[in-house]
Ligand binder design. Structure first.
Ligand code: ZN
Length: 331
């Protein structure tokens, strides 16, 4: 016969179990994707990133979209212009100036209220490559990462903000010219090679192609348990990235083959950097929707986000992970 006290205990456990379900659901890690300006099709890639992060079951994802970038000036046709071409171009320029002024006026108002609450999130994923954020947002973001927040830098997000020193420390290497900072590569023996600024190539990429991504650090929790090499679908292969590269730990590289106008070096593709109490993970993969469907990309994105958010990884390596010879794409 159960004593009254035991009945209480059993009832409490059952209640907690029931109540606990939605609570556990709510305990997913909150991630914020930032987009809104990019020389890439962020409208197409943000949903792929969001779906991948949600599908792995570890995150809930919000998106914060900045005000739009001012429109680009129309380019004049090359060579000697006919009178009609000249008139048409002048007309297009006048229309562009009007549109630009209108967008800038509206954006100025929107920027005043764009204040993402970073502290609500365990990690921030940047799919942003555009105008510098307003000063209070930059300072809030620095404070957020410094005090333990996570940052995931996705593809062209590392092109952004050369004028923001703390951002450069977080990303380590960015799409910059060769005088901006050091270059970091890996030689054929797996040793890290540092090339000082001013020497060697600056940022670039050749034509898109399929390439192998090679894990260089199998001790790190993001890459632990991954096969040593996976075949990544047609994508840009960033090379010659430049920056302060302080405390940078390279997780994976890809060989920039001269056959595809590459540097002939093993270029870093995935890496991590501490910033204060926070953690920054960069992936250079994912120029477009197609390459973002790579299961290798999505797995490392999710594991990288989990690590950035918590400092550890619980997400497993999926059975359908790509092999050294076979690309595998998510639905
Ligand atoms: Zn790209």
């Amino acid at each position: 016969m159960m004593t009254l006290r035991w009945r209480w205990v059993v009832a409490s456990v059952v209640c907690l179990w029931w109540v606990g379900f939605p609570v556990f659901g709510a305990e997913k890690l909150r991630v914020l994707i930032i987009d809104g300006q990019n020389n890439h099709n962020w409208v197409a890639t943000t949903p792929v990133l969001k779906a991948a992060l949600e599908k792995c079951g570890r995150f809930t994802v919000d998106v914060s979209t900045t005000p739009p970038a001012p429109p680009r000036a129309p380019t004049a046709p090359r060579g000697q212009l006919t009178a009609a071409q000249k008139a048409a171009h002048e007309k297009a320029m006048a229309a562009w100036k009007e549109k630009k002024a209108a967008v800038e006026k509206e954006s100025a108002e929107q920027w005043k209220t764009w204040r993402p609450k970073f502290s609500d999130y365990a990690a921030v994923v940047s799919n942003y490559n555009g105008e510098l954020w307003p000063e209070p947002v930059c300072r809030a973001f620095e404070e957020y990462v410094r005090s333990g927040g996570g940052l995931v830098v996705f593809h062209a997000a590392n092109n952004a903000f050369p004028q923001w020193p703390e951002w450069n420390l977080m990303i380590g290497l960015g799409w910059r010219g060769n005088t901006f900072g050091d270059r970091v590569t890996v030689d054929d023996n797996g040793n890290v090679v540092r090339t000082p600024k001013g020497e060697g190539p600056g940022a670039g990429h050749g034509p898109q192609h399929e390439y192998q991504v090679r894990i260089r650090d199998r001790e790190h929790s993001i890459t632990q348990g991954l096969p040593e090499v996976w075949l990544h679908p047609k994508d840009e292969l960033y090379q010659g990235q430049r920056g302060p590269a302080k405390n940078m730990r390279i997780l994976a590289t890809a060989f920039a083959s001269p056959e595809f106008r590459g540097t002939g070096a093993h270029e870093p593709m995935l890496w991590v950097i501490p910033y204060g109490k926070g953690r920054c993970f960069t992936t250079l993969l994912g120029h477009d929707e197609h390459s973002c469907r790579c299961i290798g990309f999505q797995t490392t994105l999710c594991r990288g986000a989990e690590w950035a958010a918590t400092g550890r990884v619980t997400l497993p390596v999926p059975d359908n992970f790509p092999t050294a010879k076979e690309v595998r794409l998510a639905e």
